[in-house]
Design a protein around this ligand. Structure first.
Ligand SMILES: CC(C)(COP(=O)(O)OP(=O)(O)OC[C@H]1O[C@@H](n2cnc3c(N)ncnc32)[C@H](O)[C@@H]1OP(=O)(O)O)[C@@H](O)C(=O)NCCC(=O)NCCS
Length: 113
């Protein structure tokens, strides 16, 4: 899709340590996926990816994302960079015989301070 793009953080010449997939739609951007390799976690990689994403989409853009209500690490990450709760999507994630609600978070695209 032409509106979809990815940011990759490189571990070295071969391996990536993190991936962020986003989508632009008018004056709104959505974070579709953010994942950091387990060995690279808790060293600021995700925060750095989000900072790069915010710079990429610009200050006038509203950014939204969904996160599972039981994903404490991701919720702590998003709240630490200024995302605020904006809604709830019941049974948004399904699989392995269970359904999990998603929290919707939103934020303006200004930089992390
Ligand atoms: C969530 C995830 C992206 C965080 O990546 P990360 O590179 O480890 O995050 P950072 O090191 O940049 O952490 C930034 C802040 O997020 C919060 N945070 C990150 N991981 C956390 C954890 N396990 N527990 C609590 N807070 C956490 C903290 O506030 C942290 O700041 P601090 O280290 O100064 O306390 C990573 O754990 C991951 O890839 N998880 C699996 C995929 C996933 O759930 N993606 C999100 C889908 S919506």
């Amino acid at each position: 899709m032409p509106t979809t793009f990815a940011l990759v953080a490189r571990q070295d010449e071969i391996d990536a340590s993190a991936l962020l997939v986003g989508r632009m739609s008018g004056d709104e951007a959505e974070i579709l996926t953010l994942c950091v390799a387990p060995v690279a976690r808790r060293s600021g990689v995700a925060r750095g990816m989000l900072d790069a994403f915010f710079r990429h989409v610009g200050t006038q853009t509203r950014i939204v994302l969904e996160v599972a209500v039981d994903n404490a690490a991701a919720i702590a990450l998003y709240e630490s960079v200024g995302f605020l709760p904006a809604g709830l999507r019941p049974d948004y994630y399904t699989g392995q015989g269970r359904k999990v609600d998603a929290l919707v978070y939103a934020r303006r695209g200004h930089l992390i301070t």
